[in-house]
Structures are given as C-alpha cells and as structure tokens.
Write a protein that binds this ligand. Structure first.
Ligand SMILES: [Zn+2]
Length: 219
C-alpha cells in the first residue's frame, strides 16, 4: 500500500511555494505572477490572488477618498421628508440618535457600530497598514492592524444600510414628498470607492509586504 504523502509531488515543496484554494481546498504550486496578472484555481475558478500595479499608492488614494466622503455621507441629509407641512432632514447620525431617543438603544448601538464606527475603523486600519508599508516603519503593528481589519470586514455593513435606505424611499414615496439629499450621493460614492478599494488592495500583496518578504508591493 503506497503512502499518499510520499506519492504526492507537492509534498516535497516548501510551504511558501504552495497555495490552497479558499473555496475548494485544492493544494497547488504557487504561480509567479507578473503585473496585472491573476491566478485562478484550475478546479473551481476562484481568484487565488492578483498582482496589481502600484498597489500601495492606488489603495492609499482610495482610502483617502473614502475618508473624505465618510463625513458628508454620515452627517449630510440622506433624504428630506415633507409631510403635513413639516420638513425633516434625515442623516445617518440623526437616524442613530432617533433610534436611541425612542428607546431602541440596542438597535441604535448596532446601527452606529455597523454603519459608522466599524466602517471608519476599517478605513483607518487600511490607512495605517498602507502607511507602514509605504514609509517602511512599524510593519509588525501594520500586520496586527491588517489582521484586525480582516476580523472587522464582516461587521461593516454599509450595503445593508443602503438597502434599508432604498426600502424606506420606496415605502415613503407614496406617503410623503421626498427629496434625496447630498448625503445619499456621498454615501453611494463611499460604497463604490470601498468596492473599488477591495479590488485594488490585493490582500496577497499586502500580506507579503507586511511580513517583510521581497515583494515589490509599491510597483
Ligand atoms: Zn478552487
């Protein structure tokens, strides 16, 4: 009976030359990529990692754009509601305060965390991580922050909040006179910039740069 470990040609390779697929667990030889190439799993087609050009600079520009959009997205009116002669401006922050004021403190806390606090902390983590790579200082702290960032990723739920806003607009449009505010434009822009940032800031390149391996993350 042959031992599967010795018959496997991958078993003799050092770990840093192997890569496992996140989706289907296929273990394979790690391909060396050139700029703007990406590696896909041959079995399920999942994108294993990509090698993007100027990762740090492009990501930094997007993080700064997102931070600039964060303030108006949360504090400018998402919509204006005109009902029975009264006009109210609704912002993300006033929504949190409204929930808190009407006794739903736990829901107010969840909305505050998922729509305001965690998205901001995520952006700040990304900024510090990118600065630590760019300036070549405190990479161990950068590594720690990037781990924290990955734990927080699932808790920033701007998309869910946006869906809530859309549902509210559809429900209210027949009941009251609605006008959409500048805050909504900034909120949608913030969402789009964050999606773009997810695409540009290739985790593989950031992990390798943070762990001090020889990678041209700034290429
Ligand atoms: Zn796969």
């Amino acid at each position: 009976m042959s031992d599967p470990a010795t018959s496997d040609p991958l078993a003799d390779l050092p770990l840093d030359q192997l890569v496992g697929c996140h989706e289907c667990d296929l273990l394979m030889h790690k391909p060396v990529l050139k700029h703007n190439e990406k590696a896909q799993c041959p079995r399920c087609g999942y994108e294993l990692y990509a090698h993007r050009h100027n990762v740090v600079e492009r990501s930094m520009a997007l993080v700064l754009a997102a931070l600039l959009l964060y303030v108006p997205a949360n504090f400018l009116p998402i919509m204006q509601l005109h009902l029975l002669g009264q006009t109210s401006d609704d912002t993300v922050w006033s929504g949190v305060l409204g929930l808190y004021g009407s006794g739903m403190r736990e829901i107010a806390a969840v909305v505050f965390l998922c729509s305001m606090a965690i998205p901001l902390l995520k952006l700040l983590c990304q900024l510090v991580v990118l600065l630590s790579i760019r300036l070549d200082v405190g990479r161990s702290y950068g590594l720690l922050l990037y781990r924290i960032y990955h734990h927080m990723r699932d808790w920033g739920m701007l998309e869910v909040y946006f869906m809530g806003v859309l549902v509210a607009i559809v429900k209210l449009v027949d009941l009251a006179e609605l006008s959409l505010g500048l805050g909504l434009v900034c909120f949608v822009s913030l969402l789009l910039v964050q999606v773009w940032l997810e695409v540009v800031m290739s985790p593989h390149q950031i992990w390798v740069a943070l762990s001090g391996e020889n990678l041209h993350a700034g290429d």
